[in-house]
Design a protein around this ligand. Structure first.
Ligand code: FMN
Length: 381
C-alpha cells in the first residue's frame, strides 16, 4: 500500500501534466515503441521518433524476454513502479510527443501490481497505458484476464488500451464495450490477419479467400523488397521474418460472426483449436484447393516453400499457380508429417488455431531461418 501514496513528487519541484493523445475518428496514428531504462535514452528516442514523423512514443514495459529483463528493461520495470514512473515522468516532461506505456498485470500471479503501476504512470504524465491482461510469467495458454483489465480501466482516469486475445472485429467490439477501455489492441491477431485493422475500422468481417490472401502476402513481399532490397542481400534480411511469419499466417481460418460469435464469448477464438476445415462454413479438406491447403499448412518446410514462391512470383496469378503446384506435390506429405510429429504447441501461437511447429522445430528440421528464433523470442511484448 505504501507505493500507492504519493507524498513525494516524482520529479523535483514539478507537477507533471499529461499530454493528450488525440486520434480523430477513422484516422490512424503512427507511434514508435522503445524499451529503455533511463530518462536520457527515452528523450533521445523521442527526438528521433518525432523527426521520423511519429505521433507518440510508447515505452515497452511488458516485454518478458530475458534480453530485455536482464538489462532491467521491459517487464523488469514492473518490479519498481516508483522508479518506472520517475523515468516516464522525466521523459514525458521533455518529450514533444505524448508518451504512452505498455505493461502487463504484474510479474506473476503472486505479484499482480497493475493498479499501483497504472496509478504511478497516471501521475507521471503517461498519455495512455496499454494493459496486456497477463503476467510476465504467463504464457499464452490461459486467456487474458479482461475482468482485471476492465477493473483497471474503470478505476483510473488515464486512458487504458486493453490487450489480449483479439482475433476478430466482434471480439474487439465486445471487449471494448464490456471493459470500459478507451481502445483495444491486437497482437497476434495482426500477425495472423494483417487486415484486422480494416475489419475493426469498418466493423465488419473480412473473410479473405485464397486469392485475396495471396494478394496481401505479395503486398508484404513488395514492402520487404522496398525496405530490404530486391536482391539476394535483401532476401537474406527478409528471411529473418518472412518464413517465420507463416507460423502465424497459416493460422488464418474464416470465422464468421454468425457461427463463431457465441463461441468467442465463451473462450477467445485465438485460443480455440481449429481443425484444417470447418464443415459449418461449408469446407472439407477435399474441397479446398491445393493452394489453400498449403496456406493452412503448419509444416516449416511449407513455410519456406511459400516464402520462396511469393518472393519469386511476378504477379499474384503467378504466385497462386506456384502455390497450387507446390501444394499438389507436397502438402499431403507435410500434413502427415505434422500429424505424426504431434503438435508441439509453441506457446506464443496460443495453443489455439492450428497450433504446430514453432521456430525451434523449424531450425531442428534444417529450414534456413537466418538465425535462431526460439520459443522465447516468439514471446515478446
Ligand atoms: C512474435 C511477437 C512479437 C511481439 N513483439 C512485441 C513488441 O515488440 N512490443 C510489444 O509491446 N509487444 C510485443 N508482443 C506482444 C503483443 O503486443 C501482445 O501484447 C501480446 O501478444 C498479447 O496480445 P494478443 O493476445 O492479442 O497476441 C509480441 C508478441 C508476439 C507473439
Amino acid at each position: 500500500m505504501s507505493e500507492m501514496s504519493f507524498t513525494k513528487p516524482l520529479l523535483k519541484g514539478d507537477r507533471v501534466e499529461r499530454a493528450r493523445l488525440y486520434k480523430a475518428p477513422g484516422e490512424s496514428m503512427f507511434g514508435f515503441q522503445i524499451a529503455c531504462k533511463t530518462i536520457s535514452d527515452g528523450i533521445s528516442a523521442s527526438k528521433l521518433a518525432k523527426e521520423a514523423g511519429a505521433q507518440f512514443l510508447d515505452i515497452n514495459c511488458g516485454c518478458p524476454i530475458h534480453e530485455a529483463t536482464r538489462r532491467g528493461m521491459g517487464s523488469a520495470m514492473l518490479r519498481k513502479p516508483r522508479a518506472l514512473a520517475k523515468m516516464v515522468a522525466g521523459i514525458a516532461a521533455e518529450s514533444e510527443l505524448p508518451v504512452t506505456v505498455k505493461i502487463r498485470l504484474g510479474e506473476n500471479d503472486k505479484k499482480i501490481n497493475v493498479d499501483t503501476v497504472v496509478e504511478f504512470l497516471e501521475r507521471a504524465g503517461a498519455a495512455a497505458v496499454t494493459v496486456h491482461g497477463r503476467t510476465a510469467e504467463q504464457r499464452y495458454k490461459k486467456a487474458a484476464d479482461w475482468d482485471r483489465v476492465g477493473d483497471v480501466a474503470r478505476s483510473h482516469s488515464v486512458p487504458i488500451i486493453g490487450n489480449g486475445d483479439i482475433l476478430t472485429h466482434y471480439e474487439a467490439h465486445a471487449r471494448l464495450a464490456e471493459s470500459g477501455c478507451t481502445a483495444v489492441m491486437a497482437g497476434r491477431g495482426a500477425l495472423i490477419k494483417p487486415w484486422i485493422f480494416k475489419e475493426f475500422k469498418e466493423g465488419r468481417e473480412w473473410l479473405l479467400n485464397t486469392q485475396e490472401r495471396v494478394g496481401v502476402y505479395r503486398l508484404l513481399v513488395s514492402y520487404m523488397k522496398e525496405h530490404f532490397g530486391d536482391d539476394e542481400r535483401g532476401r537474406r534480411k527478409a528471411w529473418y521474418f518472412f518464413p517465420w511469419h507463416f507460423d502465424f499466417l497459416t493460422r488464418y481460418r474464416p470465422l464468421p460472426e454468425a457461427l463463431y460469435g457465441a463461441q468467442s464469448r465463451e473462450h477467445p477464438l485465438i485460443l480455440t483449436r481449429q481443425d484444417l476445415t470447418d464443415p459449418r462454413v461449408g469446407e472439407t479438406p477435399e474441397g479446398l484447393s491445393w493452394a489453400e491447403r498449403l496456406l493452412r499448412c503448419e509444416h516449416p518446410e511449407a513455410h519456406g516453400a511459400m516464402a520462396d514462391a511469393l518472393w519469386e512470383a511476378v504477379s499474384d496469378a503467378d504466385a497462386l499457380a506456384a502455390l497450387e503446384r507446390i501444394g499438389s506435390e507436397r502438402v499431403v506429405c507435410w500434413e502427415e508429417e505434422v500429424r505424426a510429429g504431434g503438435r508441439d504447441g509453441d506457446a506464443s501461437r496460443g495453443g489455439g488455431l492450428g497450433v504446430g511447429s514453432g521456430g525451434e522445430k523449424a531450425d531442428r528440421e534444417g529450414i534456413k531461418r537466418g538465425r535462431d528464433r526460439g520459443g522465447e523470442e516468439l514471446e515478446r511484448g
